[in-house]
Design a protein around this ligand. Sequence first.
Ligand code: SAM
Ligand code: SF4
Length: 328
Amino acid sequence: MSGVTLTDQFGRSIEYLRISVTDRCNFRCTYCMPLAGLPWLPKAEILSYEEIVAIVAQLAPLGLRRIRLTGGEPTIRPQLVSLVQQLRAVPGVEDISLSTNGVRLPELAQPLRDAGLDRINMSADSLRADRIVAIARKSLAFDPVVSLKAAEAAGLSPIKINVVVLRGVNDDEVGDFARLTRDHPWHVRFIELMPVGDMRELTWEHVVPTAEILDRLSSVDVLVPDDGPSRGNGPAAYYRYAGAPGTVGVITPMTHTYCGTCNRVRLTADGRLRTCLFGDHEVNLRDALRAGLPLEPLFRDALAGKPKEHALLQMQVGGLRALSQVGG
Ligand code: SAM
Ligand code: SF4
């Protein structure tokens, strides 16, 4: 492990880069994207894989050790396996993870693992076929459990499952998801709905507070606080049912409980570095890279402006860009 660390103005060490490889998606989740899609970025605006690797190669020596590929849906961009292979070869990169809706995992999990992918976070908001279609608004004959088993069989670990809990839509499935952790070494994290993106169909009424999610989890069995999966120290609080191979967790984006330890920055598909998921401050690394300029001074400037915390609670539903656009 390299000893270099980068810190921001509040002393937080920054070692984690989330890279959006595309703003497009094969789903249209109600909380993320309008049914008609978004004004997609033109191809020329999007970083090529060579450019992504060049950016990582300049930032890794400064202390970036962990990478997450996300989107939009990263697995719909052609040749994702080759990107993973190239990133794995960058000195200093210690951990590569993927955020995905899981649709393409049955065929991609093993090639991605062989290319050097370490682990995945898979979104799954329902275990029922009709509901998956109602939430994702695309009918792709997809079974999340089949995808999760494919990821496990490929050796990806840990496997985390992200469930956005929506009142009256899937909140009655909290227990079903939680029970999966008794049979599988999977880590199910329940996420509060955030007021970002289009969300025309959703309101504050759909937000299920964490306290209520914990009540539902406790009704399955006694919750024992746990350290959670060993790799990736994200913003979740974890619990385990006695004897279970997996864990359950809650992520509470609407409170500031994890801004103080935030160790991440984001690279959008068109090469903008964002230091806070919910802020609008961006630094254009792509044009600097294309002009042959060094990225380190831009990166250090961006970190100097990383905000102390987000202001989500002050915002209106639909007031911010969708997570698919900023690499959620
Ligand atoms: N397509 C991939 C996926 O769905 O995992 C990666 C990108 S997606 C934008 C990343 C995560 O953001 C997903 O877990 C999704 O559930 C979450 N997300 C998107 N919009 C959200 C919202 N309004 N509130 C809470 N979580 C949201
Ligand atoms: Fe696509 Fe992920 Fe957004 Fe759903 S949450 S529309 S899968 S980017």
